[in-house]
Design a protein around this ligand. Structure first.
Ligand SMILES: *Cc1c(COP(=O)(O)O)cnc(C)c1O
Length: 392
């Protein structure tokens, strides 16, 4: 089995580039440029230098002793929470903004839901003195006040979107509309393994530094460069794709992914896109989507703002269908339990998104000498207002 994207941007049936005519030239130019540019030694040198000195990579691979003892297996945490701005997202924003500069574009746009991708992109734009506009649903602007303030302090314009449900899906539509109006000078920085080809592949490649580091770090600690299990949460799927990337065709490594079951799979309040979604087209690609009988996109729900996207990266739709990955639906309550457990046992407060991945420990049995790596996608600072309600 092969999970490399094909030349038309597909993973099996999923993916592709379904875009309005006016963007065709832009997307085509990106498709023809991204691989060659990313491979240029000067690009690699600048990108890797920034990852090291600015973002703080490599992030550590930490053997979680007390958590391991509790679950009777060997558990390592890939500490993406230690990155600048608190999650894996900066890795992708740095890559795409560097690419934009190489392509001569100096106006950056982005969409954001919880604000994490917006903050990461605004951060990189400040670093390079570039113009940055972040589209954000009006409801999210109100819910994510701190991130809005950060983006503004970083010099970005936050554009509140009042169409539709005023959340991420609507912000993404608005960003695409902006891109259509400014096709020549604007680069659209997408925050996950979603959107039209080549975005899902490009984002997976930028994030693949995660699995590259895991290989080297496991070799040092375990004398072999792969784990038996790799666990990650999926919103759009970028931290998972990055953690899996160099193991995609290594059948010894089992991929366990957590999607958000919200208040429960059958409650109508979840973001369990892989479990509940049906095939359709969203934001430029064919994938699984939460939609009703008439094809209307259903508003997803999760306690974790970073997981409530109504679609899923096409690579994950494909891997789940093939059985390459095993998908767990994790409720709000289970994720909260896992967050408090990690905090109590290891002194690490995880992001609510990452807590969904941690919760898989409760659902899957492991053997004592299994090597289990959990991608800890981000830190919990941004979620404190939620956590405080549950402190006993
Ligand atoms: C945005 C975010 C996610 C979800 O996005 P993916 O593209 O699925 O990785 C997960 N964890 C954290 C901490 C995030 O900020």
């Amino acid at each position: 089995m092969n999970y490399d994207v094909d030349e038309n941007g597909y993973y099996g049936r999923f993916g592709g580039a379904y875009i309005p005519e006016i963007l065709y030239g832009n997307v085509e130019r990106l498709r023809n440029t991204y691989l060659n540019t990313m491979r240029e030694p000067s690009f690699q040198e600048e990108y890797n230098g920034l990852l090291r000195d600015y973002a703080g990579r490599p992030t550590s691979l930490y053997f979680a002793g007390r958590l391991s003892e509790k679950y009777g297996t060997k558990i390592y945490l890939k500490r993406e929470d230690l990155n600048h701005t608190g999650a894996h997202k900066i890795t992708n924003s740095l890559g795409q903004v560097l690419l934009a500069r190489k392509m001569g574009k100096n106006r950056i746009i982005a969409e954001t839901g919880a604000g994490q991708h917006g903050v990461a992109t605004a951060t990189v734009c400040a670093l390079f003195g570039m113009e940055c506009h972040v589209y954000m649903g009006k409801l999210d602007v109100e819910r994510q006040h701190l991130n809005v303030q950060k983006m503004r302090m970083l010099g970005a314009e936050v554009v509140p979107v009042t169409s539709g449900n005023m959340t991420l899906k609507d912000a993404t539509n608005e960003a695409i509309r902006d891109w259509c109006c400014h096709p020549s000078d604007t680069f659209y920085v997408i925050g996950s393994t979603i959107g039209p080809h080549p975005y899902p592949d490009m984002v997976a490649r930028f994030q693949s530094v995660i699995s590259d580091e895991i290989r080297r770090q496991l070799m040092e600690k375990e004398g072999r460069d792969y784990p038996d299990y790799l666990l990650a949460c999926v919103g759009g799927g970028s931290n998972a794709a990055g953690a899996f990337y160099h193991y995609l065709d290594n059948g010894n490594v089992r991929f366990l992914v957590a999607e958000a079951a919200g208040k429960g799979i059958d409650t109508g309040m979840s973001a369990a896109t892989i479990r509940l979604g049906r095939e359709g087209i969203i934001h430029g690609c064919r994938t699984l989507i939460m939609q009703d009988e008439d094809g209307q996109i259903e508003e997803p729900y999760s306690i974790s703002a970073g997981l409530d996207y109504p679609g899923i990266g096409p690579i994950h739709a494909c891997m789940a269908e093939d059985g390459r990955s095993r998908v767990f639906a994790v409720t709000d309550e289970e994720a909260l339990d896992a967050a408090f457990e990690l905090t109590a046992l290891e002194g690490i407060i995880p992001a609510l998104e990452s807590s969904h991945a941690l919760s898989i420990l409760q659902k899957q049995a492991f053997k004592p000498d299994d090597v289990v790596v959990i991608n800890l996608s981000g830190r919990g600072d941004k979620d404190m207002s939620t956590y405080v309600k549950f402190i006993q």
